[in-house]
Design a protein around this ligand. Structure first.
Ligand SMILES: Cc1cc2nc3c(=O)[nH]c(=O)nc-3n(C[C@H](O)[C@H](O)[C@H](O)COP(=O)(O)OP(=O)(O)OC[C@H]3O[C@@H](n4cnc5c(N)ncnc54)[C@H](O)[C@@H]3O)c2cc1C
Length: 494
């Protein structure tokens, strides 16, 4: 090992100590139950749930530990108590790739090709037989700081189409990014330069306005390292978008996770639970042990042969874990993440055929100034209910701050449009913060992703990782990552 890496490990071990970590005495016997399984999966979102179902199909026993009171992570559906109309406020679209059809078919959840049906004409009422996400609105742009209208300067259609064609060519040089972070050595400079500079270099800026709209949650997309941008709106989007994106047939993507939950089984799912201590190295049984705090039933000890970690691997999230020097060295490199929140508000009183997008007159490409709402969009299928997404370039805002900031921006829009000023009622509000963990460009250049990837199979083939930090913020690509990379590694003989 190089002296430099040793010093990095030493520094991070010291950092861990300064966080005051001490492994809670896992041997004190104060838990109500010991649960023995082949695999403990930490995080019951897109990657954790898909992995659980896949491992069960490979005759493994599993237990899933999830902090929320539902499975699905970024997938969450609001159900109107009166009409039972549903609105997905998180994950909406799935790419048309085989792993998507396999997963939905297996759980008998119907999909709809979004390009195969006729939506309402923009400005006309919603077609109530179609998912809310397909309510077609008139787009208007305004600066949510003062309500002023913004006319975006957009590329000509032909120039944009040409840029997307050439973008696909350039992205195909990096097609390995579709399968994880297995990068060449040395890491190509393109991948750690700012995405704005990358687009300039290849004369692709005409594609930016559309990429920005799709890449919500990525913060200041012009400044992020190109590798993250390429993995989010990715080569498969460019290849397959002409086949149409898919969504659950009735606008209820959570159905996938409800069915998956039933498949995994209640006795194998610990909701409202978190790991408070880990002992993976020194157990008398030779198995890995996780002490889990559950809301309903106190402490439980999980004893397993392998662990699959799918939660954002920040040092805060892994408090109480007996991190190895290698894990510490890698996870302490995250310097920032974005803030990303989503929700539905009622009682806004604006024109329900218009979706207002936040833009700015004097920023590059008219991108909005964050932190702010990305948009205020009527859902169409429930009267005067609006979908909001709120974004920040860092994860520091509290949920209460975001709500009050969003309410102020809604009021600004009501004033600007001479509407009655009302206090919106929150029907549902979800935080997905920290979203999109990032390391510095220099760290990418120095082999961060090689070190991240090398963690797979650690502790003698017992420790594995999936989820957005190990691939990308895209459910479909995470399912394929599980299928092609992570699960085969977990199943390989040690
Ligand atoms: C608003 C929004 C819209 C999106 N739209 C799409 C889309 O249309 N299509 C698409 O493919 N992707 C979309 N995504 C991205 C998609 O949601 C993510 O790529 C995906 O959820 C990442 O999967 P994951 O398993 O890494 O994380 P998650 O799905 O977020 O799962 C992680 C889980 O871990 C839990 N957790 C976190 N910390 C702990 C802890 N300490 N202990 C226990 N549990 C913990 C969380 O509660 C969560 O359930 C969207 C995301 C958001 C936020």
């Amino acid at each position: 090992m190089q002296v430099k890496s040793l010093l990095a490990i030493l520094a991070t071990v010291r950092l861990a100590a300064s966080y005051g970590w001490s492994v809670i005495d896992i041997n004190n016997g104060e838990w109500s139950e010991t649960i023995e399984r082949d695999v403990c999966i930490v995080g019951g979102g897109a990657s954790g749930v898909h992995a659980a179902v896949s491992l069960i199909d490979l005759n493994k026993t599993v237990v899933v530990v999830e902090r929320n009171d539902y499975l699905g992570g970024g997938t969450h559906t609001y159900v109107d108590p009166e009409t039972l109309a549903t609105v997905d406020i998180g994950v909406v679209v799935f790419q048309p790739i085989p792993v998507v059809f396999e997963f939905f078919n297996k759980l008998k959840v119907a999909l709809l090709n979004m390009s195969s049906v006729e939506v309402n004409k923009a400005g006309q009422p919603a077609n109530l037989s179609l998912p809310a996400a397909m309510f077609n609105t008139i787009r208007q742009d305004a600066d949510f700081r003062d309500g002023s209208e913004v006319t975006r300067s957009l590329p000509l259609e032909e120039a944009e189409a040409d840029a997307f064609r050439r973008l696909a060519e350039v992205y195909s040089n990096y097609s390995y990014l579709l399968y994880g972070y297995d990068l060449p050595d040395p890491v190509p400079e393109d991948l750690y330069m700012p995405f704005g500079a990358f687009l300039e270099k290849y004369n692709l800026t005409a594609a930016f306005p559309t990429i920005y709209q799709i890449s919500q949650g990525m913060g200041d997309l012009l400044q992020v390292s190109t590798i993250y941008a390429i993995k989010y709106f990715n080569l498969d989007d460019l290849r397959y978008s002409s086949q149409g994106y898919f969504t659950q047939a009735h606008g209820n993507n959570s159905e996938l996770y409800t069915r998956a939950g039933a498949y995994i089984g209640a006795s194998n799912t610990l909701l409202q639970s978190t790991v408070i201590s880990a002992n993976r190295k020194n157990t008398t049984s030779g198995r890995l042990e996780l002490l889990v705090s559950t809301r309903a039933e106190g402490l439980k000890l999980l004893s397993c042969k392998q662990i699959l970690l799918t939660i954002p691997p920040t040092l805060t999230n892994l408090r109480g874990w007996d991190l190895t020097a290698e894990e510490c060295a890698v996870f302490s490199q995250y310097i920032t993440a974005n803030g990303y929140w989503t929700g539905l508000v009622k009682n806004v009183g604006l024109n329900e055929t218009v979706a207002i997008f936040n833009s700015a007159a004097h920023t590059p490409f008219n991108i909005p100034v964050l932190p702010a709402l990305y948009h205020l969009s009527p859902v169409g299928v429930i009267d005067d209910v609006w979908w909001i997404k709120f974004a920040a370039d860092n994860p520091t805002m509290s949920d209460a701050q975001v709500k009050s900031y969003a309410e102020r921006q809604i009021e600004t829009m009501q004033r600007a449009r001479n509407a009655t000023i009302t206090k919106p009622e929150w029907l549902i509000f979800e935080s997905h913060t920290p979203f999109h963990l990032q390391v510095a460009p220099e760290v990418i250049k120095n082999g961060f992703f090689r070190d991240l990837t090398a963690l797979q199979g650690g502790l003698g083939g017992k420790m594995f990782y999936s989820g957005a930090a190990f691939h990308t913020q895209y459910s479909t690509l995470l399912w394929r990552f599980n299928h092609d990379v992570v699960i085969p590694k977990m199943m390989a003989p040690v």
